[in-house]
Design a binder for this molecule. Structure first.
Ligand code: PML
Length: 258
């Protein structure tokens, strides 16, 4: 199996990145679709596109996706309140939650994620780069199931964002030490976001930011060995081969059981 990765930059800033895990005969098709994607990104035309192809030597980890829960909110402020409530329920201290929201809101966004411990300390060795979950994909079968579920909710237009975010969130949740992840997109017009955890799955808020705001990711961690954590996040290949399902809730208590 091979990891095919794309990174597009313009004016020395990150525009887009994506990746696939494929067999040798599919490398060319994957590279072609990643290039097409880099050229059509809403954050602008890149002046540099990097494609890397790398053989995966260690065993691939097969995972079932996190279950997806859709929670519709009327606006970004309601989304943020609900996401904070969920993070609190997951045991993240209030100080960490506030700090994480401020970092993402203040445009501290970067290509990788912020890593935060339960004292609110940032653990990324390089704060510009962040931590990048990498070498992951979803099988055609699982992705068809996700696409079908989204179509039943008339959400097919969100497929690309959700599929990639779900793959990443599933990998993150599977790594020892991950407690929760907070993410909203840094694409200017994509305002949805999520809180993901092994405990509650992928909980998606229809709005977590205002149009034009910055975005990014925070991984909340506890009780882990930093080099091992980063190594697994960046190097272990993960393939999602089953979609765990999707449901919609109208009250956050439906998921927390409070
Ligand atoms: C991104 O694409 O930059 C992150 C997307 C986060 C939300 C995905 C969704 O559930 O719609």
């Amino acid at each position: 199996m091979y990891s095919v990765r794309m990174r597009a930059t313009g004016d020395n800033r990150h525009i887009s990145g994506a990746e696939r895990l494929v067999e040798e005969e599919d490398i060319e098709t994957a590279a072609q679709s990643l290039i097409r994607r880099a050229l059509s990104h809403e954050r602008g035309k890149p002046d540099s596109i990097n494609i890397s192809v790398e053989a995966i030597k260690s065993p691939v980890k097969y995972l079932v996706s996190l279950p997806v829960t859709l929670f519709h909110v009327g606006n970004a402020d309601a989304g943020k309140r609900a996401a904070k409530r969920l993070l609190t329920y997951l045991g993240i201290p209030g100080l960490c939650i506030e700090k994480a929201f401020s970092l993402l809101e203040d445009g501290e966004s970067m290509r990788g994620a912020i890593l935060m411990d339960m004292q609110g300390e940032r653990l990324e060795p390089d704060k510009q780069r962040g931590i990048r979950a990498s070498r992951m994909d979803i099988t055609k079968h699982a992705s068809d199931e996700l696409a079908y579920s989204l179509a039943t909710k008339r959400m097919s237009s969100c497929y690309d964002h959700i599929s990639e975010a779900l793959v990443l969130a599933t990998k993150v949740a599977s790594v020892k030490g991950s407690v929760a992840e907070l993410c909203w997109s840094d694409d200017p017009f994509y305002t949805a976001g999520y809180v993901a955890s092994k405990k509650l799955g992928y909980v998606r808020f229809s709005q977590l930011k205002h149009e034009g705001d910055s975005g990014g990711r925070v991984f909340f961690v506890d009780d882990m060995n930093l080099p091992d954590y980063i190594d697994e996040m960046e190097k272990t290949a993960v393939l999602i081969d089953r979609f765990k399902g999707l449901r919609e809730i109208t009250d956050l208590d439906d998921i927390t059981g409070e």
